[in-house]
Write a protein that binds this ligand. Structure first.
Ligand code: SAH
Length: 388
């Protein structure tokens, strides 16, 4: 299948037992600081050190008194999650398997290309939606991630981007040498909420994390650069629309009619395609943001010419975009990728009907184990007590 995976970080044993400081409500942290005679502005200093300054330990926060740094380190962790595995591909894609404080594992990915740095993050441990082709939902959902756990993924991935170089000194005589990381963004530019879990089933915590991500004192990633991908929960799509935020909505359609969609996406028996499209239309009407429809292409199952025609019929008259995702193999599942000629025929039928369509690029192919697979592998190895 794939070449041996480059393991950059040796697994650490055990997860942090102290709470992650990003998950401590600012008021509580202020009170904790006040009890130690520290002014409220320390909250901003600590958060800034992590969010902007890339601090990975309280010791590195040299603008704080030494004793306070030690106290903080005893009470809190900068990151509650630990890097269980860090895999890097030749095209600068990085995948992290994180171990949470309760020893559960999640995945997140950094994709770097064309001056962009995109973080793909998880919102739940596992997933309760049960899409038949997906690795994340094989054992159901365990729990929602906290806002801090979602934010930590973003910060940890951002910390893998090259730091901005120091500004060149005026009149300096030195010859500027190009840095090895030329062309790579020095911060996160985009977020896609397409990791493990159903984001709209954990909307409050996701929105809290995205609020910090969007803040200029946070990670400075505006709503227009954030894509939220959902299985299609109409009530939650409507709630998101009501917020009037400029998030980009991606709806995982995967089939053009209810009978087939319910086979592939079991939650469809409660929602139905029509109501999902109606909710997405409302999202578009409120936000003026074009909706993307994702369509995992499963060879022989939803890739027939007739499916393309039905899909074009569904989307006719809608300002929408289709993202085709040829299925990524998941060990043990009985599906296959589409044949190239079937995929081409599918795309042609959509284009001829005037539908905007793209096929998702594969990034980091040597670490491209479909989302959720790596976690399963890491979990079973840690159950066996072995490390690779
Ligand atoms: N729960 C959200 C986020 C899931 S991940 C949702 O359903 O949209 C983002 C996309 O990847 C979804 O469209 C999902 O269906 C798709 N996906 C999951 N497993 C896949 C696989 N093995 N191959 C290709 N796409 C997959």
């Amino acid at each position: 299948m794939s070449s041996p995976l480059p393991l950059l970080t040796a697994p650490e044993t055990g997860a942090a037992t102290r709470p992650g400081v990003l998950d401590v409500p600012p008021d509580d942290l202020r009170a904790w600081l006040a009890a130690r005679g520290q002014p409220p502005m320390r909250v901003g200093q600590i958060r800034r050190q992590i969010l902007a300054g890339r601090a990975a330990s309280f010791e590195q926060m040299t603008d704080l008194p030494k004793e306070l740094r030690a106290d903080l380190g005893r009470a809190f962790a900068v990151f509650a999650s630990r890097v269980e595995r860090h895999l890097a591909a030749a095209d600068d894609t990085h995948k992290l398997v994180l171990r949470l404080p309760d020893d559960r594992m999640i995945e997140c990915v950094l994709i770097q290309d064309d001056g962009r740095a995109t973080a793909c993050v998880s919102t739940q441990v596992g997933c309760g939606m049960g899409c038949v082709f997906c690795a994340s939902g094989i054992n159901g959902v365990v729990r929602n991630l906290t806002a801090g756990e979602i934010l930590e993924q973003l910060v940890m991935l951002r910390n893998l981007t090259p730091p901005a170089p120091f500004p060149k000194r005026e009149g300096g005589a030195g010859v500027s040498t190009p840095s090895p990381s030329d062309g790579l963004a020095t911060r996160l530019t985009h977020i896609v909420v397409m990791g493990m879990g159903e984001p709209l089933a954990n909307l409050d915590n996701l929105l809290a994390a995205l609020a910090v991500a969007g803040d200029k004192n946070g990670l400075g990633i505006g709503a227009r650069h954030v894509t939220i991908s959902t299985v299609g929960l109409p009530a939650k799509i409507r709630r998101l629309a009501e917020l009037g935020k400029q998030y980009h909505l991606a709806v995982s359609l995967h089939a053009p009619n209810d009978a087939l969609r319910t086979r592939i996406v079991p939650t469809n028996d409660k929602t139905g395609v029509a109501d999902i499209l109606a909710a997405a239309d409302e999202f578009f009407a409120k936000t003026k943001r074009q909706v993307t429809y994702e369509y995992v292409v499963l060879g022989g199952l939803n890739d027939r010419l007739d499916h393309a025609r039905q899909l074009a019929g569904l989307l006719a008259g809608r300002k929408a975009h289709v993202n085709l995702i040829p299925w990524n193999d998941v060990t043990g599942l009985p599906y296959r990728r589409p044949h190239d000629d079937d995929l081409v025929r599918f795309i042609d039928a959509l284009r001829r009907a005037g539908v905007s369509v793209k096929v998702r690029k594969r990034k980091g192919s040597e670490i491209d184990a479909a989302c959720g697979q790596l976690r399963r592998q890491a979990e079973s190895e840690s159950l066996l007590g072995g490390t690779p």
